[in-house]
Design a protein around this ligand. Structure first.
Ligand code: SF4
Ligand code: SF4
Length: 66
Protein backbone atom coordinates (compact mmCIF):
# COMPACT_ATOMS: atom_id res chain seq x y z
CA UNK A 1 0.00 0.00 0.00
CA UNK A 2 1.44 3.35 -0.97
CA UNK A 3 1.41 6.23 1.47
CA UNK A 4 -1.21 8.92 1.10
CA UNK A 5 -0.09 12.15 -0.44
CA UNK A 6 -1.71 15.54 -0.46
CA UNK A 7 -1.88 18.41 -2.88
CA UNK A 8 -2.11 21.71 -1.08
CA UNK A 9 -3.81 24.92 -2.00
CA UNK A 10 -3.29 28.05 0.09
CA UNK A 11 -5.86 30.79 -0.37
CA UNK A 12 -3.55 33.65 0.47
CA UNK A 13 -6.20 36.31 0.85
CA UNK A 14 -7.77 34.28 3.70
CA UNK A 15 -4.50 33.53 5.50
CA UNK A 16 -3.82 35.80 8.47
CA UNK A 17 -0.42 34.30 9.24
CA UNK A 18 -1.30 32.79 12.62
CA UNK A 19 0.99 29.78 11.99
CA UNK A 20 -1.40 27.26 13.56
CA UNK A 21 -1.07 25.06 10.48
CA UNK A 22 2.72 25.19 10.70
CA UNK A 23 2.55 24.04 14.33
CA UNK A 24 0.20 21.14 13.64
CA UNK A 25 1.73 19.76 10.46
CA UNK A 26 3.47 16.53 11.53
CA UNK A 27 5.86 16.45 8.58
CA UNK A 28 6.91 20.10 8.39
CA UNK A 29 5.40 20.78 5.00
CA UNK A 30 4.44 24.33 5.88
CA UNK A 31 6.48 27.36 6.90
CA UNK A 32 5.81 31.03 7.49
CA UNK A 33 6.82 33.55 4.86
CA UNK A 34 6.37 36.96 6.46
CA UNK A 35 2.59 37.15 6.99
CA UNK A 36 1.45 34.22 4.90
CA UNK A 37 2.01 30.52 5.04
CA UNK A 38 3.96 28.89 2.26
CA UNK A 39 4.28 25.30 1.15
CA UNK A 40 7.96 24.72 1.85
CA UNK A 41 8.16 20.97 1.42
CA UNK A 42 5.18 19.72 -0.63
CA UNK A 43 6.56 16.21 -1.15
CA UNK A 44 6.38 15.52 2.60
CA UNK A 45 2.60 15.98 2.82
CA UNK A 46 0.83 12.82 4.02
CA UNK A 47 -2.69 14.24 3.60
CA UNK A 48 -3.44 14.03 7.34
CA UNK A 49 -5.76 17.05 6.90
CA UNK A 50 -4.61 18.70 10.14
CA UNK A 51 -3.80 22.00 8.47
CA UNK A 52 -7.17 22.21 6.75
CA UNK A 53 -9.03 21.23 9.93
CA UNK A 54 -7.11 23.55 12.26
CA UNK A 55 -6.96 26.66 10.11
CA UNK A 56 -9.46 29.10 11.64
CA UNK A 57 -9.87 30.94 8.34
CA UNK A 58 -10.32 28.08 5.87
CA UNK A 59 -7.22 29.21 4.03
CA UNK A 60 -5.78 25.75 3.30
CA UNK A 61 -7.29 23.00 1.24
CA UNK A 62 -5.84 19.52 0.97
CA UNK A 63 -6.67 17.26 -1.92
CA UNK A 64 -5.82 13.62 -1.36
CA UNK A 65 -3.92 12.07 -4.22
CA UNK A 66 -2.90 8.44 -4.61
S1 SF4 B 1 -3.70 28.31 10.06
FE1 SF4 B 1 -4.68 29.29 8.29
S2 SF4 B 1 -4.61 31.48 8.73
FE2 SF4 B 1 -3.15 30.46 10.10
S3 SF4 B 1 -1.18 30.59 8.99
FE3 SF4 B 1 -2.14 28.63 8.47
S4 SF4 B 1 -3.28 29.03 6.57
FE4 SF4 B 1 -2.81 30.99 7.49
S1 SF4 C 1 -2.29 17.63 5.25
FE1 SF4 C 1 -1.07 17.13 7.07
S2 SF4 C 1 0.96 16.67 6.25
FE2 SF4 C 1 -0.13 17.77 4.64
S3 SF4 C 1 0.46 19.93 4.95
FE3 SF4 C 1 -1.48 19.56 6.05
S4 SF4 C 1 -0.86 19.09 8.14
FE4 SF4 C 1 0.95 18.83 6.83
Amino acid sequence: MSKAKGKLEVIEKYCKGCSICVEFCPTKVLAMDAFTVKVANPDACIACMQCELRCPDFAIKVEKIA
